[in-house]
Design a protein around this ligand. Structure first.
Ligand SMILES: C[C@H](N)C(=O)N[C@@H](CCC(=O)O)C(=O)O
Ligand SMILES: [Mg+2]
Length: 365
């Protein structure tokens, strides 16, 4: 099975309600779609959203990186040589992790199809069912409480509360949500880099003193401020999770060496795809650090790939934040994964099991 052509497209899916974090506000998912065609007539699907505020990648940069740097060396290569293909993708250029992830996902989809098995089975197996949390966008307190209660009523027992706008209001937000859902949902706090280290300690110690024990706090301070991450981790009971501070395997080694976080949020769009996400999970496991599998605001193309990774590394990936497709009015991806409330199930079709994408806009050269 040899790579014949790599085609690009755009997928757009309006959200049910705006997605708002300390970093950005978005109204729709927009993924660059990668379709890798083989001489055997198979198609491998991958995708990447542009999360410029986190990865630095834009739709234009993703398309350009794939067209001019990542795709050309792959043409004519054999899908059976997965490690070689991963080396070509990762070595094609510096950074551009979203573009690399989109192509890496499509190649892994084909590798699964080549072997006639769902990807998670080839990566080590596991039970193909996960439970995701639900994200509550940062907003006015009443709106956040209403969104949190609605999520709990839909059976979500873990809520990811977006914060990081204003420390005083953030404390009030968490107190109000805690009062509304206490005992029915675990609270995961995500400041998306919005606090200083001292502010983070103040927010968390105030909540802890009020008898609120969040399950974790995600990326309280600026991505590069590993000393700040450690400062927070040393002063609060709430476990600290690194998100924007950790992109690839090397970052994890540094983070663990500095003891700057307790938990690592693995995202394919930061890692550059499945191969490096697996490496991160394996490094974390060796050091006894726990992981979450996360996603950007993206469709079930990338989320399906992340789900296969989470299932195959379920001993170390103990938390799941794969709610991107659930935030959309409708997910245009056919096949792959399905949701029933917070329960995410993977089909047993070969590879990622993607059958097609409704309303795909083709991007021609
Ligand atoms: C969608 C997911 N629950 C999430 O919150 N992901 C990110 C933000 C992604 C984005 O801005 O697209 C996170 O910070 O964890
Ligand atoms: Mg985060």
């Amino acid at each position: 099975m040899k790579i014949r052509a790599i085609q690009l497209g755009m997928l757009r899916a309006p959200l049910k309600t705006p997605f708002i974090t300390a970093l950005r506000r978005v109204d729709q998912v927009e993924d660059v779609v990668v379709m890798v065609h083989t001489d055997s007539g198979h198609v491998g699907y991958g995708g990447a959203p542009a999360t410029a505020a986190i990865t630095g990648d834009t739709h234009g940069s993703i398309i350009d990186a794939i067209r001019h740097y990542i795709a050309p060396p792959l043409i004519g290569q054999d899908i059976a040589d997965l490690n070689h293909l991963v080396d070509l993708i990762q070595g094609a250029m510096e950074r551009n992790t979203s573009a690399k992830a989109a192509v890496d996902i499509a190649i892994h989809d084909l590798w699964g199809q080549l072997h006639g098995a769902p990807l998670y089975q080839l990566l080590g197996g596991g039970r193909p069912v996960l439970t995701t949390d639900m994200t509550i966008s940062v907003d006015g307190i009443d709106k956040m409480v209403a969104d949190a209660v609605a999520a709990v009523e839909r059976s979500f027992d873990a809520l990811k509360i977006k914060l990081g706008k204003d420390t005083g209001q953030d404390i009030d937000r968490v107190k109000a949500i805690h009062a509304a859902v206490a005992g029915r949902a675990r609270l995961r706090l995500d400041a998306n880099q919005g606090w200083t280290a001292k502010q983070a300690v103040h927010v968390l110690q105030t909540l802890e003193a009020a008898g609120i024990e969040p399950e974790l706090v995600e990326q309280p301070v600026q991505a590069r401020d590993l000393a700040g991450m450690r400062y927070v981790a040393e002063r609060v009971r709430t476990p600290v999770m690194a998100d924007e501070s950790v992109f690839g395997p090397i970052d994890v080694i540094e983070l663990i060496r500095l003891r700057a976080a307790d938990i690592i949020n693995i995202k394919l769009m930061k890692a550059g795809g499945i191969a490096h996400a697996l490496k991160i999970a394996d490094i974390a496991a060796l050091h006894g650090a726990a992981c979450m599998i996360g996603c950007m605001l993206e469709s079930s193309l990338g989320v399906a790939a992340a789900a296969h990774v989470a299932v195959a590394r379920s001993r170390v990936i103990t938390r799941v934040d794969l709610d991107g497709p659930l935030l959309c009015q409708a997910d245009p991806v056919d096949g792959g994964i399905g949701f029933d409330g917070p329960t995410l199930s993977i089909t047993d079709a070969p590879g990622l099991g993607i059958r097609g994408i409704r309303g795909l806009e083709r991007l021609d050269e």
